[in-house]
Design a protein around this ligand. Structure first.
Ligand SMILES: [Zn+2]
Length: 496
């Protein structure tokens, strides 16, 4: 985790204020007690991740020497040295972690925090806990591989990771859960991935007032096929931290994205090509599967071999099947094939390496879904190496492509790329459909923020690259007149 990079004016002001207070303390013991009491009744909020970037979500809230974390994520490029930086807080002082969802950029640093002495509870919804078991294991395997092949450090041991998993406390939506005498929270549905949550944190202060802070986590796309719509928080809140991944963009709507997917399938069938779809294991895979299910069972596309070539995504899909009550009823009506959401003619799950290799023997046309979502590893690389040079094939990008990832370079029109130390020509068509994003777009974010406009003292725009975050912040100021800030990494503020 990076060290504090910069200090805002607000922080400078706060530090100054403390210096004045310090000199006053020398003069009067009474004053000291009063000052201590005032300062003690303030809430401090630290931005330790996802500030002007989409990585490593981590926010620390401190009140009366009690410290809790909202999310504790890692940089998704597991090889990044950023992850090996010393923690900016004392892990053993953290009383609890409230986790919005399982994606590793929100949860992946928890085993490292455990290693450094954290022994508190981790509050999360039941699907989030199941996903963490799978996603942490996957991250550990990648880290172990990088340690063996590139000599990179292991951040924690498998034993430490397993011990951290024991700290989870299953916490359902809509129930107020008491962390301590002063601090409680409620999870709402964020509609981003199965079990994802918005956190409403409540802090009872000594002056009798209650301060409420909303942490949006990652907010979902309203066109999500599987999850109920993102909750609009009707309870009054004083502060809000909102994500801004797509703060400067608007997605295609559901009908257009379906037609684009349908056209892509039809095109590779006509051209006898391969449709490669790099997918994230959680949510995007399941949504695309349901979409393909609908296209196949309603005869909108001819029957074609479709391979789900990701062991992780296969296991994640099993978690979806375990928590069907978290899935909206419309999803079942949408496919109505009698075989379930993730089972339809032509679909094959390839769990083992041998099964995966056997896909090569199936002649085109065929559709292959595989990880990783931004082509930074995983089985998709084998298929890309084989079919990127094929002018009849299509690489269909359906998820966010992080800066400097292979997927981003392909999206930006690279004519050749390096895969497994080989130069690969790109002759296939590279197409993007943004409508399958698991994140709300600018329009949806503004709608969600709008409901909070009369009550908020301040909105902090986080979890977005700088342009996206600044664009959303400006839109919020233009439309709703809310005080809005885009914090830097390491900034902290005092809340009333
Ligand atoms: Zn997420």
């Amino acid at each position: 985790m990076p060290k504090n990079k910069s200090i805002t004016n607000q922080k400078t002001k706060t530090i100054k204020k403390h210096r004045t207070t310090n000199s006053a303390k020398k003069n009067s013991r009474v004053n000291q007690q009063i000052e201590n009491k005032i300062s003690n009744d303030k809430i401090k909020l630290y931005f330790y991740g996802a500030a002007k970037e989409v990585e490593g979500s981590c926010f620390l809230v401190e009140y009366k020497n009690e410290k809790i974390l909202i999310d504790c994520g890692i940089h998704r490029d597991i090889r990044s040295q950023i992850n090996a930086q010393p923690l900016p807080f004392q892990a053993e002082e953290i009383k609890a972690i409230v986790l919005t969802h399982a994606h590793i950029d929100h949860s992946g640093l928890i085993p490292f925090v455990y290693k450094n002495g954290f022994r508190g509870k981790i509050y999360a919804t039941p699907p989030t806990i199941d996903f963490c078991v799978l996603l942490w294991e996957d991250a550990y395997n990648l880290m172990e591989d990088a340690a063996e092949t590139q000599g990179l450090p292991l951040l924690y041991t498998r034993e430490e990771m397993n011990e951290a998993l024991k700290l989870f406390s299953p916490s359902p939506y809509y129930q107020e859960i008491q962390i301590s005498q002063n601090i409680s929270f409620i999870f709402y549905n964020a509609g981003h991935i199965l079990g994802s949550a918005i956190v409403l944190l409540k802090i009872k202060k000594d002056n009798g007032r209650e301060t409420k802070i909303i942490f949006s986590g990652d907010l979902g796309n309203p066109f999500n096929l599987l999850l109920p719509d993102t909750d609009i928080i009707s309870e009054e809140a004083d502060y809000c931290l909102v994500e801004s991944t797509y703060g400067d963009r608007v997605h295609e709507d559901a009908e257009i994205r379906r037609e684009l997917l349908e056209d892509a399938v039809e095109e590779i069938i006509a051209n006898r090509g391969v449709l490669m779809i790099p997918v994230l294991a959680v949510e995007r895979t399941q949504e695309i599967l349901v979409e393909l299910n609908e296209l196949v069972v309603h005869h909108r596309v001819p029957l074609v071999p479709i391979f789900m070539d990701s062991p992780l995504a296969i296991k994640v899909t099993e978690v979806y099947q375990k928590y069907l009550d978290y899935i909206k009823i419309e999803a079942f009506k949408f496919v109505s094939n009698g075989r379930g959401l993730f089972n339809f003619p032509g679909l094959t799950f390839t769990l083992t390496t041998e099964e995966s290799k056997a896909i090569n023997a199936v002649p085109p046309p065929k559709v292959i879904l595989a990880g990783s979502g931004s082509s930074e590893g995983g089985r998709i690389l084998h298929h890309e190496k084989r079919y990127l040079p094929d002018p009849h094939s299509i690489l269909l990008i359906v998820s966010y492509q992080a800066e400097n990832s292979l997927g981003r370079r392909l999206l930006e029109g690279a004519s050749e790329v390096e895969i497994h130390n080989e130069t690969v020509k790109v002759n296939c068509r590279v197409q993007q459909i943004t409508g399958y994003s698991a994140h709300a777009d600018q329009k949806m974010l503004l709608q969600w923020i709008k409901e909070l406009r009369f009550r908020l003292k301040k909105l902090f725009v986080v979890h977005g690259e700088e342009t996206a975050a600044n664009t959303l912040a400006q839109k919020v100021r233009d439309n709703f007149g809310i005080f809005t800030e885009v914090p830097n990494h390491g900034d902290w503020v005092e809340l009333e």
